[in-house]
Design a protein around this ligand. Structure first.
Ligand code: FAD
Length: 287
């Protein structure tokens, strides 16, 4: 189908984009990679009066290490993240997650900011962002707002980003033990989206799990932290019995389990438990 008519703007700076959002925000859609927005426009699921193409804003493309913080521009593509040597060195989980998204064409266009804002419950990034304790930075005419990943995913296809806001940057604390992390998923066979995906980040000290964070996607209407598993692992040695007992709770913090043509709710819960166990064991073996 052909989209409704819309006015098109292509700002070249964040300030310019913010001004346009202030003027048109309620009836305006930001276009980044377009992999989700363009089909929505064509199907007329979205019919905004204004489309704001942020592809020419260079500031939104940056990937840099700033002291103990990794800063990724919202418009960095999955490919740019997967291929960044700096990210491979300081936080390999980012590249590992990016490389599992869709196929090469999807990774060449899809962006981190677009994926997070779209908040697809089967997207891969939310699990990694939760496990990495990331923060999402948004700008509007009122200034800057920093949202913790744990507060960012509100509901199915709903993030905390408001109509007059633009996501500018994703901040990831540099992990203490960069290799002690993993993202594992069961992909849908056609698209690659996660039936269930689990990201785990560990901090191990003298054989004990000093800290752990686990993000789960695909199971529930929104990605979530598996706090019950984390609580059962923190302060313990990661032996088989402890990991099995802890990861048996991987679905305990899910608000609900999704059911669709790809998997039943019960099967998704089962996958979450199996993949949480594999993720913790793999991250521990890499530490
Ligand atoms: C065939 C196919 C396979 C895919 N497979 C996977 C997969 O395996 N795993 C996975 O996780 N994803 C997958 N995706 C999703 C894809 O990788 C993108 O992440 C996703 O489409 C959104 O990113 P985008 O840059 O295309 O955003 P767009 O489509 O441009 O935008 C998406 C939404 O976010 C808003 N938005 C975008 N950028 C900003 C911003 N900076 N500030 C505020 N709002 C913003 C837009 O207004 C829109 O509402 C797949 C997509 C396709 C088409």
């Amino acid at each position: 189908m052909i989209p409704n008519n819309f006015e098109y703007f292509a700002p070249t700076s964040i300030d310019e984009a913010v001004k346009l959002l202030e003027k048109h925000g309620d009836d305006c859609k930001i276009l980044s990679g377009g992999h989700s927005l363009i089909p929505a426009l064509k199907l007329r699921l979205a019919a905004p009066a204004v489309v704001l193409d942020i592809g020419r804003i260079k500031e939104l493309k940056q990937i840099k290490i700033d002291g103990n913080t990794i800063r990724i521009g919202a418009n960095a593509t999955h490919s740019e993240i997967a291929n960044s040597a700096e990210l491979k060195q300081h936080c390999p989980l980012l590249g590992e997650t990016a490389a599992q998204i869709g196929d090469q064409q999807v990774r060449n266009r899809g962006t981190l900011g677009g994926s997070l804002t779209h908040a697809d419950p089967a997207a891969d990034w939310p699990a990694a962002m939760l496990a990495l304790n990331a923060e999402i930075v948004v700008r509007s005419g009122k200034g800057e707002r920093v949202i913790k990943a744990a507060d960012f995913f509100v509901d199915i296809m709903t993030s905390a980003v408001q109509p007059h806001e633009i996501v500018t940057e994703i901040r990831v604390p540099k992990p203490a033990q960069p290799n002690a992390a993993v993202y594992l998923k069961v992909p849908q066979s056609a698209s690659g989206y996660a039936v269930v995906g689990v990201a785990a980040q560990l901090k191990i000290n003298n054989g004990q799990c000093e800290d752990v964070s686990i993000g789960v996607t695909g199971l529930a209407p929104k990605a979530f932290r598996a706090k019950s598993v984390e609580d059962a692992l923190r302060g313990k040695a990661l032996d088989e019995g402890t990991v099995s007992a802890a990861t048996a709770k991987a679905d305990a913090d899910a608000s609900d389990a999704m059911e669709d043509i790809h998997a039943s709710g019960d099967y998704r819960r089962h996958l979450a438990r199996v993949y949480a166990k594999r993720a913790v064991q793999t991250a521990a073996s890499r530490a």
